[in-house]
Design a protein around this ligand. Sequence first.
Ligand SMILES: [Zn+2]
Length: 99
Amino acid sequence: MAIGIDRTGAWQFNGFMPIYEYQAADTEQACDYCRDGFECLRQLSDPPLSCCPECGTPIKKLISAPAVGGSQSGFDDRAKASGFHKLKKLGTGEYEKLY
Ligand SMILES: [Zn+2]
């Protein structure tokens, strides 16, 4: 999986990367960047964004397109069956073990 930016500045992709759309959870605190939502390309291995990269206000995920088959619950079942643990980030450095 590789990413490059060509001379025009357009993203070019070799391989699949999901696009996530985020928006500030609290638009009162939002900056221009996150107030109306923004799209973010994330590798599947990247942790989900929880804060706006510009202003740090908490954000929520609007859309995800992880077209890797199956539902999220199916993914959880497979991960569980494979012996993985799922951690939910609660705050800075804090994680809740979901299984
Ligand atoms: Zn922001």
